[in-house]
Design a protein around this ligand. Sequence first.
Ligand SMILES: [Zn+2]
Ligand SMILES: [Zn+2]
Length: 305
Amino acid sequence: MSHSDDRTATEAFETLADATRLDILRELGRAEPHGAPTALSFSELRARVGVRDSSRFNYHLQKLGDTFVGQFDEGDEKDGYFLTYAGYTVYRLLVRGVFAGSPAVDARTDDWTCPECGSALAVSSRGDGVADVDCPACGTDYLHYEFPPHGAAERSDDADDLLLAVDAWARSQLLLFDRGVCPWCGGRVDSRLTTDPHTLPHDVDEDAPAFVRYVCGGCGGGPSVEVDYTVLDHPALVAFCHDHGIDSRGTPIWHLVERLDVAIEVGGDDPDGPVAVVSMAEGGESLRLRIDADGTVTDTGRSSV
Ligand SMILES: [Zn+2]
Ligand SMILES: [Zn+2]
């Protein structure tokens, strides 16, 4: 990011430091039809925000344009004010509960039991944007990943729904990282396979044989995951599961890994580094996926066992 970008960002954040302006972004974001970009007239928007003084309201609205709020020109099919990309981005941050947080959630599931000990799994969110899935009975941690506080609070009365939402969220982000696209900034993502957990910046299960580390060139973000978690959306595995009557998408990723008895072999003759082979056996057939040093699947095969 250049210094001129910094100046632009500083001006933008200064513009946002006003409750009326944030209310304007909220009302434009909420405007019906919900979730579809729409435009509100000056008087409609002013009524929704609840500011009586027309010139004071206009002052704040003008401050938000053109960065956060756009306006259709005369003669356009639509009429009024709408959110720009920057405006929607701020609105979505507000809705997520990024700044205000949300109440903590800690609940037992009814439908999902611990693969290790059979007790009910717990799903929790401390209201700070991180969700955990773990087993209170045996202490096994299954997932520790970011999840919007708003989404956790909304599902606080249904732990099974929250567990599936957290799984879907983590999984969709993992899929993007695996395809080389950062879900946070859209930047290019590098990946590499490693067998040494001490080279990773994240807490991982040190007993796992291999990991894939993702690093975004844009924002520097990216998770470190056990290698078997990176193949769960691979077409060969999805097809294998489907052929054996397993709903790979409806099964949380940690259950999928456990249920399919994933075996990992590390080693090989790749001069670039370690090679991992993830294999799965089900119904008299086995599937093998070969993952190269750059963390990508390079070969798959099935055989009867
Ligand atoms: Zn357990
Ligand atoms: Zn990024």
